[in-house]
Design a protein. Structure first.
Length: 205
């Protein structure tokens, strides 16, 4: 089927098509501009975001500082003012600052633990200190068991000693007399070198 259109109708159709293309193109450009604007705003917001950093050690003004997220260690040291005896050989001045971090600047000649980083997370420090405190407390509270007076129940309170081994220890004690040393447990049936290594710290004689 053939549709005949005169010149005026053709011009009108062409004009409508061109206008639609221009409109679509303008809308697309507008959307792109809006996306770029949003990205720029987010980037600026991120760059201006404030973080909190703690600096200690060989600096004139050890303190907690408010810094920008894009700041480096060098910029923090400029504020805290490094002392003349500070050792910066292990400090990465170009490293980016992170929120809730502790930066420790050692003195020249100061021995710093190998597993201690100059840039540390304060949460990790608190958790490590808490764990060390709990471990120390548990060790101090752990009462050693006397092999020569312990009951089966007391013996079984030690990890690695079940009912069978506990009974064997008491039978050995009854047959051979008191233990002269904790090492003598190796003579008890069912207790080998590996087991003794695990349990020796829990006993005394």
């Amino acid at each position: 089927m053939f549709i005949h259109m005169d010149n005026n109708e053709l011009n009108e159709v062409s004009s409508i098509s061109i206008n639609k293309i221009n409109k679509d193109g303008n809308e697309l450009q507008s959307e792109k501009a809006e996306v770029n604007m949003n990205r720029k705003e987010k980037l600026q917001k991120s760059e201006n975001e404030v973080i909190i950093v703690d600096i200690k050690g060989a600096v004139k003004h050890p303190n907690i500082y408010k810094m920008k997220r894009t700041d480096r260690v060098k910029q923090l040291l400029d504020k805290a003012q490094v002392l003349d005896n500070a050792d910066l050989s292990t400090i990465n001045l170009a490293e980016k600052l992170l929120d809730q971090k502790v930066i420790y600047i050692p003195k020249k000649g100061e021995i710093v633990a190998a597993n201690t980083n100059s840039l540390r997370n304060s949460n990790d420090l608190r958790q490590g200190q808490t764990l060390a405190l709990k471990t120390e407390l548990n060790n101090s509270q752990q009462e050693k068991i006397n092999l020569n007076s312990a009951s089966e129940t007391q013996l079984q309170s030690v990890d690695g000693i079940g009912p069978t081994k506990a009974k064997a220890i008491i039978e050995y004690r009854e047959q051979h007399g008191n233990f002269a040393s904790v090492e003598q447990l190796k003579e008890v049936k069912g207790i080998g070198t590996k087991t003794l290594e695990r349990i020796r710290d829990f006993f005394v004689v």
